[in-house]
Design a protein around this ligand. Structure first.
Ligand SMILES: [Zn+2]
Length: 96
């Protein structure tokens, strides 16, 4: 019956509020062929036409979409940046 009780983590940490604009923040995503890094491209940043490797249709300028690249570059490229691909958001999500 000593004063040595367990401290329960009742103290709440004040988390800093998350900025709403997390559009350009890369996030990891796991797909069947490995770990990828994915970044959302908002409409205002989509200035060119890209071909989506998921459906082989163009991603028109002004369309919010995602850009993804492998977390580990393949042996054929020096940098994962070279392997960036632009995807329709839905095509990327439906990737296994
Ligand atoms: Zn697509």
């Amino acid at each position: 019956m000593g004063p040595m009780g367990r401290h329960h983590g009742s103290r709440k940490w004040q988390r800093p509020p998350r900025p709403l604009n997390t559009a350009s923040h890369p996030r990891p995503e796991h797909k069947r062929d490995g770990q990828h890094v994915v970044r959302t491209v908002p409409a205002g940043r989509a200035l060119k036409v890209y071909t989506c490797p998921g459906c082989l249709h163009p991603i028109q300028p002004g369309t919010p979409h995602v850009v993804a690249w492998p977390h580990e570059p393949s042996m054929f490229s020096r940098s994962p940046v070279e392997e960036r691909r632009h995807w329709h958001t839905g095509c990327w999500r439906s990737r296994p």
